[in-house]
Design a protein around this ligand. Sequence first.
Ligand code: IFM
Length: 440
Amino acid sequence: MRIFRSSFPEGFVFGAATAAYQIEGASFGGAGSCHWDTFAATPGNVLRAEDGARACDHYHRWPEDLDLVRDGGFDAYRFSTSWARVMPEGRGAPNQEALDFYDRLVDGMLERGLKPYHTLYHWDLPSALADLGGWTNADSPKWFGDYAEVISGRIGDRVASTATINEPWCVAWLSHFLGHHAPGLRDIRAAARAMHHILLAHAEAMERLRGLGLGNLGIVLNFTPAEPASDTPADLAATARQDAIANRWFIEAIAKGSYPEEALEGMAPHLPEGWQDDLGRISAPIDWLGVNYYTRGLIQQGEGPWPQISDAEGRRAKTQMGWEIYPEGLSGLLQRLSREFVGDLPLYVTENGMAWNDRIENGACFDPERIDYIDRHLSAALAALDCGANLKGFFYWSLLDNFEWAFGYERRFGLIHVDFDTFARTPKASYHELRSALGK
Ligand code: IFM
């Protein structure tokens, strides 16, 4: 790699990221059912009908996994806690075994000199709450606030930071309008409500955690810079709508207390009554912003009802997900966020990485494509720093190959290969390369 730790400012945080449902094994430790269990149990939703029941067996193997984070030269570990594990019924009595598990996990990070970066919600909504409409229910922000208080009441004293929600666009739009993720709806009204309630849930959790005296609180948003497939007025307008829904909705609400006009065009009739009154709470100050970046979108006018958006085929090399490799999008995005929305607020790249069809040969996994991907995205992060973005850290997604949602275990994002039959962990060449770039 051409990039080293010394290329970055003193104190820049390097980390690796995971999420509970994708690695822990949801069938262990008294976790309740979550909507991903039922979504995966429905034919056709997940490739090869796989689910998160065992995942990477991190629930039992976490000491080995944390050793790998430490030995990889990282400063921090980004993890999430599972709502359905902590509160199996979504509300009411917590599962003591879950609280003890997360307690040990956080202590395990600290013992290894790793900073714990906690995410409260990375998509494991308890089924009991999904039965009540999940994020379309106006009470969902309060349910989430109760959960946030319980888990942060237990581990908040030792974590370096807390993010409320991971990727609200995926929670709301991808899952309630596009139907690709649990609960698999394709419904504009449900989507509009989820788009609003997830932000209110963020606001509620911020208030509850501030009430507990906790600091360094933020949210993790995913951004896919939208570029027009052509300069026809129709494609330009479709690109503006896509940008409003996918990139601006959440950050504009948080940073400016408004929703973008191009998105309200189709969503306003379906938002809950009085939504305007909530924007004050939603735009309460955050301490940092997490940015998840993987690729750009090439957008063209689509057919059918609003928003009439469709994806055009990109021309660049693609990852196993079919996503174009487009590092310059990351530097442009970080600069745009600073310039248009957050000014000097600390930014973290909380996810960036690529899936590849990695294989073990002769006991090793050689992944030069990933090494190049990381190198080029770290260079892009440096370029953004040079242009004045207040970037404080970079987390690779993901530490381990894991349950990649609708793509099951086929898509491998990890720095560490996981054999899903034996659960053997094999650090890939990219892990070793990054480790030496980080000075280990
Ligand atoms: O695996 C996911 C993660 O859970 C959220 N961000 C994108 C990753 C890759 O698709």
